[in-house]
Design a protein around this ligand. Structure first.
Ligand SMILES: NC(=O)c1ccc[n+]([C@@H]2O[C@H](COP(=O)([O-])OP(=O)(O)OC[C@H]3O[C@@H](n4cnc5c(N)ncnc54)[C@H](O)[C@@H]3O)[C@@H](O)[C@H]2O)c1
Length: 250
């Protein structure tokens, strides 16, 4: 199995893409650390993947607070004695509104979780990877198709995801010499609790723009996460991988 002997720390693990990533990476042999602000949901994820031969754990984590990220790392080190070599930044939120109506609070909240959260988790865990001399690190960040061309009602979200993409490229340049690869996946529209919030009329409009004529599944993103986490992608870093059914722009 491509991830045997590796441990993966996955944020946003209580739902949608993060939950599917836990299931697929476990199937591929990794130990799973399921981290989420809603730890009960992260624990539920573990129930879905529990394998007796694996050391899995759930962690309560608010990615936007550095103290919470540091506490999560401490808990992980207490259990595994070394940091995980795979980090998957999946935690994310939307607070949609038209630009002219968007509150400063909703702008900041989305930046804090999606962009600052990705920064804090990457910095904290990669420092530990370097300190503990863990080899073959792989960070996978979940950005979005809307970070490329923007999307009506998502000035905050699109800007945060554009930030995640370029943070990924910068991290790849800095961390290559440490043996850590850093890549981004840019999903299109994926059926999860996040997209349940999109009105049906808009969903239909988006589906019509997708060459494969449908939304994707969380598992279709998780398969690419597993590939980027594994040594099968050993010469890929700083890449942004589109997984969007052919959707070019929203
Ligand atoms: N669903 C899509 O169409 C789509 C498209 C492109 C990108 N994405 C991105 O994929 C990622 C996963 O999205 P999803 O669709 O699975 O959403 P989701 O809402 O189903 O899951 C998001 C998870 O993140 C957790 N979370 C939220 N704030 C957190 C915080 N501060 N700290 C820790 N955990 C937190 C939530 O509790 C939830 O379990 C997000 O980054 C999202 O922006 C989703």
């Amino acid at each position: 199995m491509s991830l045997s002997g590796k441990t993966a720390f996955i944020t946003g693990a209580g739902s949608g893409i993060g939950r599917a990533a836990c299931q697929i990476l476990s199937r591929d042999g990794a130990n799973i650390i399921a981290a989420d602000i809603n730890v009960k949901n992260a624990q539920e994820t573990l129930q879905l993947i529990e394998k007796p031969d694996k050391t899995n754990m759930a962690v309560s984590l608010n990615v936007s607070e550095s103290t919470s990220v540091k506490t999560a790392l401490k808990q992980v080190l207490e259990t595994y004695n070394q940091p995980p070599s795979i980090i998957v930044n999946c935690a994310g939120i939307t607070r949609d509104n038209f630009l002219l109506k968007l509150s400063e609070e909703n702008f900041q909240e989305v930046m804090d979780v999606n962009l600052k959260g990705t920064f804090l988790v990457t910095q904290t865990f990669c420092n530990a990877i370097v300190e503990h001399k863990v080899t073959k690190g792989s960070v996978v960040n979940i950005a979005s198709v809307v970070g490329k061309n923007g999307n009506i009602g998502q000035a905050n979200y699109a800007a945060s995801k554009a930030g995640v993409e370029v943070l990924t490229k910068t991290a790849a340049k800095e961390l290559g010499r440490e043996g850590i690869r850093v890549n981004a996946i840019l999903p299109g529209f994926i059926t999860t609790p996040m997209t349940e919030l999109v009105p049906d009329k808009l969903k239909e409009m988006f589906a019509n723009k997708i060459p494969l004529s449908r939304f994707g599944t969380p598992e279709e993103i998780a398969e690419v996460i597993s590939f980027l986490a594994s040594d099968k992608s050993s010469y890929i870093t700083g890449a942004s991988i589109d997984v969007n059914g052919g959707l070019i722009s929203t």
